[in-house]
Design a protein around this ligand. Structure first.
Ligand code: NAP
Length: 244
């Protein structure tokens, strides 16, 4: 059980983040729901968490904003009394082949997907260290492990997250704070809905389990890591065998 713990989940208004928020709430954690623009969707997540009997509140925060990230973490701690679990899930894609990728496409994806995780971790780690307890879980991607044509920016950010994960794991281990990454494959969310039918079919062909993952499949792994006291610096794929 995670009763008495607070989990801050970025990008919890939709998709994988929402599924993580609900899984952690079902296990008893209070939930800080972080979103970028979709207040209605975030409010739905909050209501669904509250219906599971925990406290929940939403904060609008673009994770790439260092100062706002700090204010948001601090407000969540004031509201709930602690922050024991941080799920760095917020992410975007701006897919283009390298020959066509603009500087803005690169910077936006690096800022949100990689710097965002640094920002939240930087601000949350102090509270965790003080309490001698913390579970930091970064949502990377198999694209960060194997590369993916059209995703130079995204693959670089997701590979960077793995380096961040391993370093934070080493630095904070002496204070009983763990840091791990989850690398999902092809998961059914708004992010993958945006792909064309032919791309989706080709991706499915490559998945040995012959189905797309569901947000709940990833959330199961996040919940497992939130409860795991002796795993740190690890990267767990949730990809139906895509990258065996
Ligand atoms: P999604 O359905 O597109 O949802 C993205 C979430 O991130 C939304 O809650 C969105 O908030 C939030 N967000 C976007 N930009 C943000 C920002 N600047 N600051 C704070 N929050 C922001 O995405 P998803 O498929 O669930 O993906 C979640 C994570 O899993 C991402 O890191 C993604 O890279 C990773 N992942 C996904 C797949 C997949 O196949 N879907 C595979 C591997 C890895 P709003 O609702 O307010 O816009």
């Amino acid at each position: 059980m995670l009763k008495g713990q607070t989990a801050l989940v970025t990008g919890a208004s939709r998709g994988i983040g929402r599924a993580c928020a609900l899984a952690l709430a079902l296990a008893g954690a209070d939930i800080a729901v972080i979103y970028a623009g979709r207040a209605d969707a975030a409010a739905d997540t909050v209501r669904e968490c509250q219906a599971l009997g925990v406290r929940a509140r939403a904060w609008q925060c673009e994770v790439q904003d260092f100062k706002k990230a700090g204010e948001t973490v601090s407000e969540a701690v004031t509201e709930f009394g602690n922050i024991g679990i941080l799920v760095n899930n917020a992410g975007v894609t701006r897919d283009k082949l390298i020959l066509r990728m603009g500087e803005e496409d690169y910077d936006a994806v690096m800022d949100i997907n990689l710097k965002g995780a640094f920002n939240m971790t930087r601000h949350a780690a102090g509270y965790m260290v003080k309490k001698r307890f913390g579970r930091i879980i970064n949502i990377s991607s198999v694209s960060g492990l194997m590369g993916n044509a059209g995703q130079a920016n995204y693959s670089a950010a997701k590979a960077g997250l793995i380096g961040l994960t391993k370093t934070v794991a080493r630095e904070l281990a002496p204070r009983s704070v763990t840091c791990n990454a989850v690398a999902p494959g092809f998961i059914e969310t708004d992010m993958t809905k945006a792909l064309g039918e032919d791309v989706r079919n080709a991706a499915l062909e490559a998945v040995p389990l012959k189905r797309m993952g569901l947000p709940g499949d990833v959330a199961e792994c996040v919940l497992f890591l939130a409860r795991a006291p002796y795993i740190t610096g690890e990267v767990i794929k949730v990809d139906g065998g895509l990258y065996i």
